[in-house]
Design a protein around this ligand. Structure first.
Ligand code: DDQ
Ligand code: CA
Length: 267
């Protein structure tokens, strides 16, 4: 017969996860001298919405009532305008098949879209989604956000790179440290009010980074968003967008069938 499965849809950790230590973390209270002990947060789900489970989400942001999403994979990468409540794709541009798209950020009426290993960033116009220009860069492209002055970029390493949106040149870089230890695999990013939120690739952890010092000041346990059935064909959590009008985040993942409007609350 069918088993009753209690899911974490409400953001509460399930019984089987309650005693499981978070991967890659140490006991609370231990940190290298002079480094902050991160605040421990979890997600509280306000609502959830459908998400295109064929979207390999690599970048997510909110602007004037809509979500904008970059999706990856060779031959299938795209830029999308998405309705939050229905998950409907309202506008879509497909990238060249050789491009594996990554992070997405908005600067004024321009969207900047990274590629994974192709060394090119694509600039699109808003609202028309017309290609504007391309920048070249060295190394990999992972996450991207705009802090009001610079583009903040991750590349899978333990550093964040600050780029001039006019030239795409690196003007500053900072090493990210959690309790004094390097933290790499920083993937999708979200710049919010002077801090940078990053989800850590292949985990259900989201960290809050002070971009001046590189210190991780909070760690969010985002486990338990998808139920067992939804998780079957889903890949990793990836995609954080801040909705200022609601004071909430939207979180989804690669090939996730749902997205979640959440608030970060103390554990
Ligand atoms: N990244 O999103 C972590 C930056 C890259 C994810 C790439 C996942 C591999 C997909 C298969 C690659 C086919 C060549
Ligand atoms: Ca984002």
């Amino acid at each position: 017969g069918e088993e009753l499965v209690i899911t974490g849809r409400d953001g509460e950790r399930r019984d089987d996860e309650r005693e499981t230590p978070e991967p890659g973390t140490t006991e609370p209270g231990t940190a290298e001298p002079g480094t902050p002990v991160p605040e421990r947060l979890r997600v509280n789900v306000i609502r959830s919405f459908p998400h295109d489970s064929r979207a390999f989400t690599q970048g997510l942001l909110w602007h004037e009532g809509h979500l904008y999403e970059s999706t990856g994979q060779y031959r299938r990468s795209s830029l999308r305008r998405v309705a939050l409540e229905s998950g409907e794709v309202l506008e879509r541009r497909d990238l060249e098949p050789r491009i594996f798209a990554e992070g997405l950020a908005r600067v004024g009426d321009r969207l900047y879209q990274l590629s994974w290993q192709e060394g090119q960033a694509f600039v699109w116009s808003l609202p028309a989604f017309e290609p504007v220009r391309t920048f070249e860069y060295d190394g990999e492209g992972w996450g991207l956000c705009h802090d009001g002055t610079h583009l903040v970029m991750s590349d899978g390493s333990d550093e964040l790179f600050f780029r001039d949106p006019e030239t795409f040149e690196i003007v500053r870089r900072v090493q990210v440290r959690e309790r004094g230890r390097p933290l790499d695999q920083l993937n999708e990013l979200e710049c919010v009010d002077g801090v940078v939120w990053a989800n850590v690739w292949q985990t259900e952890r989201i960290v809050r980074i002070d971009p001046r010092s590189g210190h991780v000041t909070a760690v969010v346990d985002a486990r338990g968003l998808l139920d067992d059935e939804e998780r079957e064909d889903a890949d990793v959590l990836n995609g954080i967008a801040w909705i200022p009008e609601r004071g909430h985040f939207v979180i989804t993942g690669k090939y996730w069938p749902r997205m979640f409007e959440v608030e970060m609350v103390p554990r």
